[in-house]
Design a protein around this ligand. Sequence first.
Ligand SMILES: [Zn+2]
Ligand SMILES: [Zn+2]
Length: 127
Amino acid sequence: MLVTKYGKKILEIVEQSRSHMTAEQIFEALRQTYPKVVLATVYNNLNRLWEEDRIRKVSVEGMPDRYDRIQRHDHLVCKKCGRLLDVDLGDLTVQLERAAGQAILSYDLKLMYLCEECRNDANKKGM
Ligand SMILES: [Zn+2]
Ligand SMILES: [Zn+2]
């Protein structure tokens, strides 16, 4: 499928970012290069790239979707502030297929935890 100049740049932004950007943050970054781009264009391109398996979408309840490089890795999710941390657990497909007794297409693993900042906050309030 034809990738527009916007699509190309969006893919580049997502692949280079390690901060799990929202569509709005990607929009802000894209505007540095293309000041006239509109947010709807960003959403359309993100959806298409996601449908084509060129980027990942990370959904956490109560948070806007965040976009990530496709390369295999998993996430620790802070239950309080929603911050995502990359964690490499290796490819668990074979173990999961064995446990499920089914061939699986993909999996989406989120490990809930409290990030250091939120843990420190909780400690302060507890004192
Ligand atoms: Zn946190
Ligand atoms: Zn990630």
